[in-house]
Design a protein around this ligand. Structure first.
Ligand code: NCD
Ligand code: ZN
Ligand code: ZN
Length: 425
């Protein structure tokens, strides 16, 4: 299927301000302006056609934790979610804190990835927060950002140095914002549900402190900083004010913090246990306000697979994190667009061109000459979320009814997924 035209789709391409019924032409893996020679016609029948989703926060677990996920299983799940570019976090075993590991993972990606995968490197050696990783070498080896995700650099001087070094190399620092003394023992958001369940509380002040610290350091150094998976309403106020002052800060939110609150932990549901925790309805509404007014730039899944062994235990002992690739678009569409809170074009921007722009990736648009990465979605479909291509099944939406189903996903003009036949490698 080298040359083809998708006909009669509702094409939404926020990078080009497009929302109309149109034909989309593909030749040799790229979007082109006219129907190419010998093009096969594919009737999309009014389905939604969007640029492939760009997910800048995900855990693929390879190397080291392949019982939870592999690059093959993780990227298969991504394809099923309409995601064509994935940015992998470096908290693998070993952690991606040196060039040799970047090269090893690159090989694994080349051999196994179903969609495009970009790597991040660690801020500190072994994510231990003691000594900077070789940031310049990591950049030369191809990482697109650095982060100690899963943990947060507590030492302010080290973080200041990280921002300065990364800036010299044109690398973005992404931070998992969490002050250790306030959060180390936390299980669920401190409030109604920590009291009801009798579990250790996790105050949002732990996030707010580091968000403030990072804003201050970004202001001081002039370096960019990106705040991962924000969960606290007050954090979003801090980012809003920082942006108004011209500080180079960006932020992301996850589908679960957009759609759920701590109430999902009722019954000690470990599939609602994650880092940072689900919080109050007021926090959820602040996140949505932040997405609508541009304070939060990006939606990213924080796809975090964990095996049944890691999850099916007492709440205190269960691992933090949920899978999110396959449900991301459906969950956000329902919470944001179907609810009338946000136009479809805005949601698509938050999931495609905004994240691509943040990391300067050649993705997120249907522009002529761009790689033909796109997804076809049936907005009217309702379905029960059951099977998962992920090796793990730690999702609060398993067995639940969702809407807006990804029907087909294309990478470089090649169909890699259909709802009918699954992943085509
Ligand atoms: N989000 C999570 O709850 N867990 C992530 C780590 C992280 O994103 O902080 C994981 O690697 O399992
Ligand atoms: Zn994190
Ligand atoms: Zn993460």
């Amino acid at each position: 299927m080298k040359n083809f035209t998708i006909k009669n789709a509702r094409v939404v391409d926020p990078a080009n301000n497009v929302d109309k019924i149109a034909d989309v032409h593909v030749s040799n893996g790229k979007f082109v302006s006219q129907s190419p020679d010998g093009a096969e016609a594919i009737d999309a029948n009014g389905m939604l056609l969007i640029p492939g989703i760009v997910d800048i926060h995900a855990h693929l677990r390879e190397p080291g934790q392949t019982s939870k996920e592999t690059i093959r299983t993780g990227t298969s799940a991504a394809a099923a979610g309409g995601i064509t570019s994935v940015v992998a976090m470096p908290n693998t075993v070993p952690a991606v804190d040196n060039t040799a590991t970047v090269k090893l993972v690159d090989e694994l990606i080349k051999q196994n990835a179903v969609v495009k995968v970009y790597q991040t490197g660690c801020i500190t050696e072994g994510r231990a927060g003691q000594k900077l990783a070789p940031i310049g070498s990591l950049k030369n080896a191809g990482v697109v950002a650095i982060t100690d995700d899963g943990g947060c650099v507590q030492n302010n001087e080290l973080m200041l140095n990280a921002l300065q070094y990364a800036d010299m190399f044109g690398l973005l620092v992404m931070d998992h914002c969490q002050e250790a003394t306030l959060t180390a023992k936390g299980q669920v958001h401190e409030g109604e549900w920590s009291y009801k369940l009798g579990l250790a509380g996790w105050p949002s002040a732990g996030e707010d402190l580091i968000v403030s610290r990072d804003v201050i350091l970004s202001h001081y150094t002039g370096a960019r900083v990106h705040l991962q998976h924000l969960s606290s309403g007050y954090s979003i106020d801090i980012v809003r004010r920082a942006k108004a002052r011209g500080i180079k800060v960006s932020a992301e939110a996850t589908p679960h913090h957009i759609a759920l609150t701590a109430a999902a932990c009722d019954g000690f549901n470990t599939n609602a246990k994650m880092n940072p925790p689900l919080r109050d309805e007021s926090d959820r509404l602040s996140i949505i306000k932040g997405l609508c007014d541009g304070t939060i730039d990006v939606i990213a899944t924080d796809h975090a697979p964990h095996s049944v062994n890691d999850k099916d235990k007492e709440f205190d002992y269960a691992a933090f994190g949920i899978i999110g690739f396959e449900t991301s678009f459906s969950v956000c569409y329902e919470a944001l667009v179907k609810s009338g809170l946000m136009p479809l074009e805005k949601l698509v921007a938050l999931m495609t061109c905004n994240p691509a722009k943040l990391l300067n990736l050649d993705a997120g648009t249907l522009s002529c000459g761009a790689p033909a990465d796109f997804a076809l979605i049936d907005l009217d479909a309702e379905y029960v979320y059951e099977k998962t291509f992920s090796r793990s099944s730690n999702s609060p939406w398993l067995g639940k009814k969702l809407c807006a189903k990804v029907m087909q996903t294309f990478v470089n003009g090649r169909r890699v997924y259909t709802a009918e036949n699954g992943v085509e490698v």
